[in-house]
Design a protein around this ligand. Sequence first.
Ligand SMILES: *[C@@H]1O[C@H](CO)[C@@H](O)[C@H](O)[C@H]1NC(C)=O
Ligand SMILES: *[C@@H]1O[C@H](CO)[C@@H](O)[C@H](O)[C@H]1NC(C)=O
Ligand SMILES: *[C@@H]1O[C@H](CO)[C@@H](O)[C@H](O)[C@H]1NC(C)=O
Length: 498
Amino acid sequence: MEFGWKLFLFLSFLNAVIEAIDLKIATDRAVQIVSDKYLSIAIDTGIIRHNWERLNFSSPKVESLARALSPCYLRVGGSEADFMKFSPDTHNVRFYNQSDLYMSDYYDNKFVNFTMFSNQFDELNNFVTKVGWSLIFDLNSLLREGGQWLPDNAKLLMDYTSQKGYKITGWELGNEPNSYKHHIGYSISGSQRAKDYSKLHSLLNQYPQWRNSVIIGPSTTQLSKTSAEKYFTEFLQTGGPDIVTNPTFHQYYINGREATIDQFMDIDILNSLMPEINKGNKIAKHPPYGKTWLGETGSAYGGGAPGLSNTYVAGFMWLDKLGISAIGGLDVLIRQTFYGGHYSIIDDETSDPLPDYWLSYIYKTLVGRSVLNVTVDDPEGLVRMYSHCTNVKRSNYTAGSITVYGMNLGDDFKTINFPQYGDDVTLHVYILQPQDNLKSQSVTLNGRHLKLNEDFTLPNVLTPVTRTGNVSFPPQSFGFIVLPNFKAKACQTAYSYL
Ligand SMILES: *[C@@H]1O[C@H](CO)[C@@H](O)[C@H](O)[C@H]1NC(C)=O
Ligand SMILES: *[C@@H]1O[C@H](CO)[C@@H](O)[C@H](O)[C@H]1NC(C)=O
Ligand SMILES: *[C@@H]1O[C@H](CO)[C@@H](O)[C@H](O)[C@H]1NC(C)=O
């Protein structure tokens, strides 16, 4: 019996050894250069309706977490942007009613008109200024008359913003217009939406500081559908290459209410993103169009999957999306959300960072702008790897270093070899694993539990395990491998310094 058990262990070990895979990186040239704000985030406009819920802009913890993600865009937008009117009046209520948090809007699909008061807008602007985020604000496009967008309320907001001296980086008009039929019962065509955006341009031209704003849209969703593809095409063809600085579409893998844990690690589901990116890039060809963004994206739509989208397992979708989108040529991903819903990266009660916060923070620390081609010789497709030049500025690695990142979706350890570089190549390994199980809200880095320091500063995450020649990548986990001082040709350019 005991011998049998030992034999089993030995065979498992042998099996692990056999399951070695080769990873090759093309280090001569970068195949894409992404924005320095590639990893960006969102807060849903619905949170404003609830007076920012429990998001405490004065909290030093929230401030520290936010600052550590800078530079990034904060997009404040979503379905409820189309139901919000700005008022220069002030109104001081703090919303704390748990039973009425913004999730209920999603679940009941009940969208009601509401007012954003100037003090609520002040809080937002003071916060983004403090933490160094670049704000993109989504305007109500359903204020209409005779089929045309009425820009009066947008003008009121811009006058106020201008008078206060707030720096808004970008603008957006409406949200997911190809779903209006479902949300509001009538449609606005892609060509009409282009006319609405022309009006937005005219309005912005009245303010010298916003003449060169970032303008994103049309924020179509479910690009896998022909109707969405048509909408996106019609909008761009009517508006031309300058109608938006960056064409956007939205993407979620699955429905939050029906999601299962297996879906978060399902190869076919993870693979469903690339065809959408290819479609988006084909419609909005760069040039002449600006580079395409995922203007809002997450794991599961409908506010996220409870108990999944804000746990360790969500990291597979997030990291794979970061990898695929960069290689696919997208310039920015706006992750739904920083705060709010079941897919937030900070906890909605304690504001503590969740696993996807840590993943995002480490990503920003180690991953630079220049994207390299990688091939992984894994017939099962369970090991998914991406590579960029290392972020030299944030990490203190030298120019020429390479970061490989990705995951092992399989149930066994996988040995990753780097045959190009011989048996003595130095590898700095950063493996993220859940504290307990895949649904854990705590994460470990090389076995060390990640948490904020007492004074809310971020802990040092540049604490690799050093390996020579190969890496034994644990089952059902993700992480980063840095090849330091590598002198990769593609990584000597200025882009890789960021
Ligand atoms: C927000 O955070 C500040 C600073 O920690 C604290 O003084 C204040 O009570 C918090 N506000 C609420 C509503 O919890
Ligand atoms: C919270 O909201 C629910 C539903 O809107 C309402 O029935 C309840 O009375 C509210 N509770 C408080 C303490 O205001
Ligand atoms: C919300 O505002 C829009 C624009 O003014 C208006 O057309 C619509 O009827 C309003 N909806 C409700 C439920 O009041």
